[in-house]
Design a protein around this ligand. Structure first.
Ligand code: F6R
Length: 244
């Protein structure tokens, strides 16, 4: 795994945005896999700046998001569709029908998950997948204990994730208990993966991802088996990693 060190969150965001911008320049109709959460916000802001000031066009870009809270409509301020519109899509020239976020209101999550994975294949597979990491090592909402072969599906959120994400809601009780999450299979089938990490809260998960065994209890550790992963992390997130 290639590790790119940034001095802080802003530098991590700039480096990640340049990486994504380069992918779009090389393949204007690339399929990007996108994450939500706090970590990629600066990256999306930087991509908007590159679009506005340097003319990077997203017109042909296609996107698939990692996950959506189950039970939240797209109009809900904490839904991930809402987040993507507010944080990125509404500020760039992307075609709305080329963006895909799992439907949190699907009545048949099992068939829906299968269709979502089929859609990714039909779109040619993810060229570049942007990931964050949970403090418990989850990627997308593949929580500790997830099968490495898991398909996109309805998942129960881990108590630790509910606690971490309660900062976005009025109270912990308002955090949905389930989500539709892209499975490990589609994640691992991505051609290239960029994983971002910032802050001391991610340091143990990053250490375990890089130095621990490949273990379903630390879902991100599976990335050790992928041949094209780049970790872009700030110094605080890398603080526990042994230097070579
Ligand atoms: C978000 C996602 C999650 C987050 C992770 C880190 O779409 O799939 O895996 O990347 O929970 O969240 P933040 O960035 O808020 O610390």
């Amino acid at each position: 795994m290639l590790i790119i060190t940034a001095k802080d969150y802003d530098e991590m965001s700039q480096k990640a945005a340049r990486y994504i911008a380069a992918e779009i320049l090389l393949k204007p109709d690339c399929l990007l896999g996108l994450a939500t959460g706090s970590t990629p916000i600066g990256t999306y802001q930087e991509l908007i700046r590159i679009h506005q000031q340097e003319g990077l066009s997203f017109q042909k870009v296609r996107t698939v998001n990692l996950d959506e809270y189950y039970g939240l409509p797209a109009s809900h301020e904490q839904s991930y569709r809402y987040f993507m519109q507010e944080t990125l899509f509404d500020h760039i020239d992307i075609c709305p029908d080329k963006t895909h976020v799992p439907d949190g209101l699907t009545k048949d999550p099992q068939s829906y998950g299968k269709e979502y994975d089929e859609l990714i294949v039909a779109l040619g597979g993810i060229d570049l997948l942007l990931l964050g990491i949970g403090s418990n090592g989850h990627i997308a909402f593949n929580e500790p204990g997830s099968y490495f072969t898991a398909q996109t599906r309805l998942v129960d959120l881990n108590p630790n994730t509910i606690e971490d994400n309660s900062r976005f809601f009025e109270s912990k009780d308002d955090v949905p208990r389930q989500a539709i999450s892209m499975g490990m299979k589609s994640i691992l089938d991505s051609k290239r993966i960029v994983i971002l990490a910032s802050g001391a809260g991610k340091a143990q998960a990053i250490k375990d991802m890089l130095e621990g065994p490949v273990d379903p209890m630390l879902p991100a550790s599976i990335l050790q088996l992928h041949s094209n992963v780049t970790l872009i992390a700030d110094k605080a997130a890398l603080a526990l990693v042994q230097p070579d």
